[in-house]
Design a protein around this ligand. Structure first.
Ligand code: PLP
Length: 390
């Protein structure tokens, strides 16, 4: 079933069978830290919950199926997944190539955790494939590919980048958090691994912090599985259950996130108080053609620049009533934030400017509320921004 079924069916069923004892249709939450052995060393597949847990295993199988991989590994956060991946596959002296516009926490891992350990990273705008190639060194071991990016929503050509990397024996890991397997399947495009912050769309209800890695490569899976256990950054069974539960509606939620974001992005682009809209679904987006080719929908995230800079942006965020001013993304509720002050405040101002993260840049995560209500909310907030400007 799991190989042939559509993603919508896998999201509901993959990795899960009715409980053989009770018939319960939902995965039991197995809280036990240890498992009885029939004799010393003779167990039924589980011995200690850091090494393996039935609830976590169901989630790992479901995630693997959704990404078209054969091995799934769950972690206590997206950052834990990334740190474990980097420590599994790089050694001091190795080099990483990453995009220039990265999730802040990913940048911090590369800069503050891996660099002191002796693994250096070069950041480059990967929409320029020549610049990407020029960033590769003889010691480059891994490409860290985040697309669409945060918060500028740049789209990088996964297939082209994987082909260039594979020709040189370099591994590619794709952070698929923004797109989800519903909209983008990096393994099918040539990536070796997919990483997720399950905190976002996969759980989808803003009530779990979690992470995951999926691969179809047995050797990589073995190294990752060893480090998952050895480094120990595993999620608890309750959190695994919550993500499994969230996954059952992933395809339904993504459909609505995309529909609403498409409508709101077009509406924002026509608004006189809006200077610029960054959304891969708009024809004006510089990588619109790549997005159409490699994604089945442009996602639920939009960023836009409000005219009037910081005062206008603050007035806008102070006026919204349905959008919640908060970091994070991918939940059923719509969120709004100011990257320069909030999620990307730790990036040096000069680098922010270079990337286009101006004081008037606003990022929204479109939830599943009625689109008309969200638009009305933004319309009132943009009126307030206009008043704050004059
Ligand atoms: C949130 C996020 C992460 C980090 O995940 P946590 O679960 O917060 O540790 C990594 N990449 C992207 C794109 C994210 O949005």
């Amino acid at each position: 079933m799991e190989r042939r079924a559509h993603l919508d069916t896998l999201a509901v069923h993959a990795g899960q069978e009715p409980d053989p004892v009770s018939g319960a249709v939902m995965q039991p939450i197995v809280l036990a830290s240890t498992f009885a052995q029939d004799g010393p060393g003779n167990h039924r597949g589980f011995d200690y919950s850091r090494s393996g847990n039935p609830t976590r295993q169901a989630l790992e199988k479901c995630l693997a199926a959704l990404e078209g991989g054969t091995h799934g590994l769950a972690f206590g956060s997206g950052c834990a997944a990334m740190t474990t991946l980097l420590h599994s596959l790089t050694r001091p002296g190795d080099h990483v190539v990453a995009g220039d516009d990265l999730y802040g926490g990913s940048f911090r891992i590369l800069d503050k955790v891996m660099k002191p350990y002796g693994v250096l990273t070069t950041q480059v705008d990967m929409s320029d494939l020549k610049a990407f190639e020029a960033a590769i060194r003889p010691e480059t071991r891994l490409v860290w590919l985040e697309t669409p990016t945060n918060p500028m929503l740049k789209v990088f050509d996964i297939e082209a980048i994987c082909a260039l990397a594979r020709a040189r024996g370099i591994l590619v890991a794709v952070d698929n958090t923004f797109a989800t397997p519903c909209l983008q399947q990096p393994l099918a495009l040539g990536a070796h691994m997919v990483m997720h912050s399950t905190t976002k769309y996969l759980n989808g209800h803003s009530d779990v912090v979690g992470g995951a890695i999926v691969t179809a490569d047995d050797g990589l899976a073995e190294a990752l599985r060893f480090h998952q256990n050895a480094m120990g950054a595993v999620p608890g069974p309750f959190d695994c259950y919550m993500v499994l539960r969230g996954l059952k509606t992933l395809h339904l939620r993504m459909e609505r996130h995309v529909r609403t974001a498409n409508a709101i992005a077009s509406w924002l682009e026509a608004h006189p108080q809006v200077e610029k809209v960054h959304y891969p679904g708009l024809a004006s987006h510089p990588q619109h053609a790549i997005a159409r080719r490699q994604m089945s929908g442009p996602g639920g995230m939009i960023s836009f620049v409000v005219k009037g800079g910081l005062p206008a942006a603050r007035a806008l965020l102070g006026t919204v009533e349905i959008f919640v001013c908060a970091e994070s993304l991918g939940g059923v509720e719509s969120l709004i934030e100011l990257p320069a002050v909030m999620t990307h405040g730790s990036i040096p101002a000069a680098q922010r400017q270079e990337l286009g993260i101006s004081d008037g840049l606003i990022r929204i995560s479109c939830g599943v509320e009625a689109e008309a209500d969200l638009r009305d909310d933004l319309a009132r907030a943009l009126d307030a921004a206009t008043r704050a400007t004059v």
